[in-house]
Design a protein around this ligand. Structure first.
Ligand code: LMR
Length: 393
């Protein structure tokens, strides 16, 4: 049976990392996968995380199973991050293996409740959204989002798409730091998105993977909080891969909201069944790190400072990239990069240019032109911009 198979295509993002790792070019630059690099080009463990891990090693008493949705203390800190301290949003949270795990659990859960709904993702979106929701059995459609002419949000197109959806459909929204474009709606636009979602009875499924990497921990939650105040029910999928640097610990969460405690409790009982038949209960270590940091004022302060440093370095790299290209006489204006948030930007480079950058210069950019700005450093900026200037000639 296996011999008869054709090779499956490589993953558009993680497959690029595999190719990058095999590339013998000593000057190669990886702007593919969304992993933060510091000025030295490494992905360090945050100091707050290291300290929390030491505390855990010293105080952990057992390796016995967690409950199906993970530790209740974890759920509380996730809700505080998402909805703010003292929020009155009625919610329940389950720990999941990463943000992808959260999305897939949400997909499986929603398929049981809304078997005839369609899932809508932004055009463009993180490529894995298509795979995750198709695997959960949904037809997946695209709503307008990006205007390639202006390299900005096509908000009128987005609203028109939302208005054209069938009541009950599921709309996947990026809470902040849109992946792959880096373009987020303003608070005013979020209010309109929330109003249309409510009016059309759409179900918002929010992918919240970059909290703190855009404008700030609270600011990045603005859209989610506007939606939570407007619609009776929604789901938020969190990831702590990026803002806690816990990529390989796979720490995420799925949070359900509803209008009443009774509705939340009932929905949560079904979510637990969804989880039980897939991975039973989550691994403990990563979630415990997040809970330890959030509940220890000193560690929390240190973590918030570390997130701010990440955010500022990304902003600096955006500015340096734009000014370096300009200094090299590149005609195309890349200043749109400085108005975008988070790790990613659409470079507006064609697939041919992306291929030449990889084959000739060892520069890895995701197909479609998504660049991980957090992979740029002062040291790689010159060779990177030289190569981009060359391919744009
Ligand atoms: C990305 O978009 O590069 C990251 O979220 C990593 C992944 O799983 O694709």
């Amino acid at each position: 049976m296996f011999e008869k198979l054709e090779m499956a295509p490589a993953d558009p993002i993680l497959g690029l990392t595999e190719a990058f790792n095999k590339d013998p070019n000593p000057n190669k630059i990886n702007l593919g996968v969304g992993v933060y690099k510091d000025e030295a080009g490494s992905t360090p463990i945050m100091n707050s995380v290291r300290k929390a891990e030491k505390l855990l090693v010293d105080t952990e008493k057992t390796k016995s199973y967690l409950p199906i949705p993970g530790a209740p203390a974890y759920g509380k800190v996730v809700q505080e991050l998402v909805f703010g301290k003292g929020s009155k949003v009625m919610a329940c949270t389950a720990q999941t293996p990463g943000g992808t795990g959260a999305l897939r659990i949400a997909g499986e859960f929603l398929k049981k409740l809304k078997p005839n709904a369609k899932v809508w993702v932004s055009d463009p979106t993180w490529p894995n959204h298509n795979g995750v929701f198709a695997a959960a059995g949904f037809p997946v459609g695209k709503y307008a989002y990006y205007n390639p002419q202006t390299c900005s949000l096509n908000f009128d197109g987005m609203l028109a798409s939302l208005k054209g959806m069938t009541p009950g459909d599921i709309v996947v929204l990026h809470a902040c730091c849109h992946n792959p474009s880096g373009i987020d709606p303003t608070a005013e636009q979020w209010k309109q998105i929330a109003a249309v979602s409510k009016e059309k009875d759409l179900f918002p499924l929010i992918d919240f993977a970059y909290q703190g990497l855009g404008r700030g921990l609270e600011e990045d939650a603005e859209g989610v909080r506007i939606l939570a105040a407007a619609v009776p029910e929604m789901i938020v999928c969190s990831s702590f891969s990026k803002n806690f640097g816990l990529y390989n610990e796979r720490v995420g969460a799925v949070t359900l909201t509803a209008a009443t405690q009774d509705a939340v409790d009932k929905a949560f009982s079904h979510l637990k069944i969804t989880i039980r038949v897939i991975y039973s209960n989550p691994p403990s270590h990563g979630g415990s790190i997040v809970t330890t940091i959030m509940n220890n004022p000193e560690l929390r302060r240190e973590w918030e400072t570390e997130v701010a440093e990440i955010r500022q370095r990304i902003k600096q790299m955006r500015e340096l990239f734009v000014s370096t290209l300009k200094a090299k006489g590149v005609k195309k204006d890349f200043s749109f990069l400085t108005t975008q948030y988070g790790m990613f930007s659409f470079s507006c480079l064609s697939d041919d240019q992306v291929k030449t950058l990889k084959d000739k210069y060892g520069i890895y950019i995701v197909g479609g032109g998504r660049m991980n700005v957090a992979g740029m450093t002062k040291a790689n900026m010159e060779p990177l911009c030289n190569a981009i200037a060359e391919v744009l000639k």
